[in-house]
Design a protein around this ligand. Sequence first.
Ligand SMILES: NC(=O)c1ccc[n+]([C@@H]2O[C@H](COP(=O)([O-])OP(=O)(O)OC[C@H]3O[C@@H](n4cnc5c(N)ncnc54)[C@H](OP(=O)(O)O)[C@@H]3O)[C@@H](O)[C@H]2O)c1
Length: 249
Amino acid sequence: MDFKDKVVIVTGGSSGIGAETAIQFAQQSAKVVIVGRNEQKLRNVAISCESAKGIKPLIIKADVTIDSDVKSIIEKTMERFGQIDILVNNAGIVAEAKIQDGIEVYDRLMNTNLRSVYLLTSLATPYLIKTRGSIINISSVAGQKAVSKFVVYCTSKAGLDMFTKSLAKELGEYGVRVNAISPGPVKTDIFAAAGLDVEAFVRNREASSPLGKIAVGKDIADMVLYLASDKANSITGSIYVIDNGRLLE
Ligand SMILES: NC(=O)c1ccc[n+]([C@@H]2O[C@H](COP(=O)([O-])OP(=O)(O)OC[C@H]3O[C@@H](n4cnc5c(N)ncnc54)[C@H](OP(=O)(O)O)[C@@H]3O)[C@@H](O)[C@H]2O)c1
């Protein structure tokens, strides 16, 4: 797959699935825009991207829950690269919370996992129409399988799935494809950031998956690149599960 002269925005490009995705695109000669709040982590990913083919990525320090930051993602990308071909809506957080724990966690997760995606995608759409580009949303199997005490996370990802399908219908006439990937557990920093017991969580998920393992970032990034490529030119409105068989349980 060759992404020479393609401009790719990856939100949450400072860590985990997003970092791996940005590096994979850079290895295929894309002009990569990596977005996150942690500048040091963004710089580390940028070094890996640039060392692939010598193309300097654009780092954008932005909080996707702040509207002016989201607008700056599009403005800075257009200023540097003049076009947008691929938008990977990947930034996301998880949190354990019961329904009686208050509205704060709802606002935090929905703002990060869903509202920001809506806003950024709406601002990117005129440019994606010009390039007949592609959108890939990183959802979760939690959007399809109910998980006790993760009602907000599950709801945000179920919303993202329907956003993907509805938008695929709306943008089909412009040749813009919209797809999602729904990973099961992936080895990244997301669980530690949510204050979960990572070792116990991973052990439990590995033991209960039909393939006896959980995914790594590259498993997801490989599918992102495939969906963004011409090989997937007949695919839109689809949600690809990558979960080592967990949804079968
Ligand atoms: N790991 C899994 O098991 C798993 C399973 C299913 C789905 N997913 C989904 O995969 C996506 C990536 O997660 P990951 O596992 O790679 O986690 P991760 O390693 O914790 O990365 C999350 C990324 O999102 C960014 N982010 C979070 N809040 C942000 C905000 N307000 N503004 C800007 N960037 C923000 C973080 O950047 P900064 O910290 O620099 O801001 C980081 O780059 C998420 O949408 C997640 O729901 C993950």
